[in-house]
Ligand binder design. Sequence first.
Ligand code: SF4
Length: 332
Amino acid sequence: MKHTTIALFVPHKGCPHQCSFCNQKSISGESRSITAADVEAAVETAKQNPYLKNAEIAFFGGSFTAIDRGYMLSLLEAAQKYIDSVKICGIRISTRPDAVDDEICGILKSHGVTAVELGAQSMSDKVLMMNKRGHTAADVESAIDLLKKYGFETGLQMMTGLYGSDKNESIVTASKIIDLKPDTVRIYPTVVMENTELADLYYKGIYRPQTVDEAAEICAELILMFESAGIRIIRVGLHSGGGVEQGRIAGAFHPAFKEICESKIYLKETESQLAAKGEYTVYVPKGALSQAIGQKKSNLIYLAGKGYSCRFKESDSLVKYQVLVKEMKYDT
Ligand code: SF4
């Protein structure tokens, strides 16, 4: 079920480590600690929307279950009293894989938390270590098992282009995540933020960030992997706003990143069906025309450069990422 999210950021709270890539203050655009009153104000504002239904109160950023216990409970209690199963159906949190145990699960469960997302980032211990994550892939596996035992909806977040990572590592990480069967995933290409260790590595020429195009090539493959495994992808690429644009030094950031990935999927599928140079009709699913044609008609222009004159059309009978190419002379 798709949920509206009332998002609240808990910046840099309770992180026992400082991951090489993270400047959570820049990412959340927020340096002040949110309070129970902030939670109440955000929910009260959201509730003024007469169409609000099935919303989740989401605590993102930081490591929610590792923050000061009293503070965490004050936020949860402020949120819990709004859960009414009509307008607001639950609470979503994100945290580190090594900040989840039986006691925490019990607290979350009794306070109306329904979904827990873990920042896995990679399933390679080498990459996790190089990026100072302070946990292992085994921590991700045991945390997911525990969360499932308690009946939470589970989510895993992974990153591409981390220091020490490459395309193969991302594919292996995605395969291992699929094996863990989370309900949802988020895919984030690495963005180099100012005042981070990764920024130092970048300035010294030790770390080369992915370009948007390189990241999109990899993420296009990951999207297809998760889609075919039936795992819901709830985000590809960092959100714009919230300080990312201002704090970003380098790396793969684009406000329409997912659309760029999807354009690559449609281009690849189209190319695989084209034969001799000529004129073609390319059928794509309803609603996918702009992705299939590409930003600024990039796919159309690319194909024309290869000698393929294509017109794109929507078809009701195709499903997401499916393409049907017909030579125009046979297309009636
Ligand atoms: S655990 Fe998360 S919030 Fe904390 S430093 Fe690492 S990436 Fe940032």
